[in-house]
Design a protein around this ligand. Structure first.
Ligand code: TXA
Ligand code: MG
Length: 347
């Protein structure tokens, strides 16, 4: 299949190009499009055959459910059993935005979307191209991140092209996504409001609205682990091994330098994921500055690109600085630790 690549300016959308994307979605094809978090791989969310193509293109395990993307809050009612009060509060405060809410599903939602669960994940993305595409397609759009399963989520059209060229109908290049990490997933389908994946909307922000919200990230990794043995893979995974260093910043850079020398003596090519504040401290290794500790949004925004850069540089091992685990730091460390398969060194 030939993948058509088009560009759209989110502030001045060319209707003719957008219409091409709309007709691909309407006729059961796949379009990768930008959101404010990462690029999504979209299909008509009510068309089982179209949705099956997503799983094939991504090589995604079939029991891993998809998020339905809507262009207005009004579209939610038909897709869910009921909208709890607390969900209304969250939608009013955080939509459009990087918050996915899990509801009890209605019968309109195809089984293939939910992986057999009785719940459905819905979000309204904060990106004009995404919103217009959904609105004009007149259907919710099912969209996982537009990467091959297991590799880092795409924050640029270029990343989508690396993973999915020849496997999907169209890529809309709408520039680099701002948040850079996937949405927060908040489960409001059970008794206790539960964050299943930390993301752009933080636990701290949600706690202000929902005092009894809890975080349980084990659930989601169950979904993300393929059930069939031997098929286990890492998430957000670079080709190289990755180790996260946790502790005081000063101690982290010393420990990374020590390990760098050891690995280099071992004949390995070492990548170091550093921050603005620490970049001068690494005399050896291939150093990438991922962002600033003073403005951790920049780290979130660049994290997946940095991981892809290390792969391009063909390093064999990546030593990454851990960061403080609060606010957006929680989501950054969640992705880093997954990319590292939990391999950490505490200093
Ligand atoms: O920011 C995002 O959320 C991006 C953009 C494209 O919107 N999408 C995204 O989708 O990250 P995906 O498929 O890569 O991750 C969705 C996660 C999966 O881990 C899936 O298991 C979980 O959401 N999920 C979907 N439906 C669920 C449900 N009903 N119950 C529990 N988890 C669910
Ligand atoms: Mg994903």
């Amino acid at each position: 299949m030939q993948t058509k690549i088009v560009s759209l300016d989110r502030l001045d959308i060319d209707e003719e190009i957008l219409n091409q994307a709309v007709s691909i979605i309407r006729s059961g094809g796949l379009v990768a499009f930008p959101t404010e978090t990462v690029y999504g791989l979209g299909a008509n969310g009510l068309d089982e055959e179209a949705i099956k193509k997503i799983y094939i293109a991504k090589d995604r395990p079939e029991d891993n459910p998809l998020i339905l993307h809507v262009s207005s809050k009004e579209e939610v009612a038909a897709l869910v059993d009921e909208i709890p009060e607390v969900a209304k509060l969250c939608m009013d405060k955080f939509w459009p935005g990087p918050l996915t809410i899990i509801f009890k599903r209605s019968s309109l939602v195809p089984d293939i979307i939910t992986g057999g669960l009785d719940s459905v994940a819905i979000r309204m993305p904060d990106n004009e191209i995404a919103l217009k595409l959904i609105e004009k397609a007149k259907t919710p759009i099912a969209a996982p991140s537009a990467n091959t399963s297991g590799s880092p989520s795409p924050t640029k059209a270029l990343h989508v092209n690396e993973d999915l060229n020849g496997k999907i109908d169209m890529i809309i290049d709408g520039g680099t996504t701002e948040v850079g990490l996937e949405s927060t997933i908040l489960d409001l389908s059970g008794d206790l409001p539960t964050i299943l994946r930390p993301g752009g909307i933080t636990m701290e922000q949600l706690s202000e609205l929902i005092p009894n919200v809890i975080m349980d990230v084990t659930d989601i990794s169950e979904f993300e682990t393929p059930k069939s043995p031997g098929q286990k893979y890492r998430h957000y995974a670079p080709n190289a091994d990755l180790i996260v260093f946790e502790g005081e910043v000063g101690k982290i850079s010393k420990a990374i330098n020590k390990k760098t020398i050891e690995f280099i003596e071992d004949g390995r090519k070492v990548g170091i994921m550093a921050t603005e504040e620490t970049k001068e401290e690494y005399p050896d290794g291939y150093v990438i500055v991922v962002g600033s500790r003073d403005k951790r949004e920049t780290i979130a925004s660049n994290l997946f690109t940095a991981i892809r850069f290390f792969d391009e540089a063909k390093v064999n091992i990546i030593l990454a600085e851990g960061i403080e685990m609060d606010n957006i730091g929680t989501a950054i460390m969640n992705r880093l630790l997954k990319a590292a398969s939990g391999k950490t060194i505490k200093v």
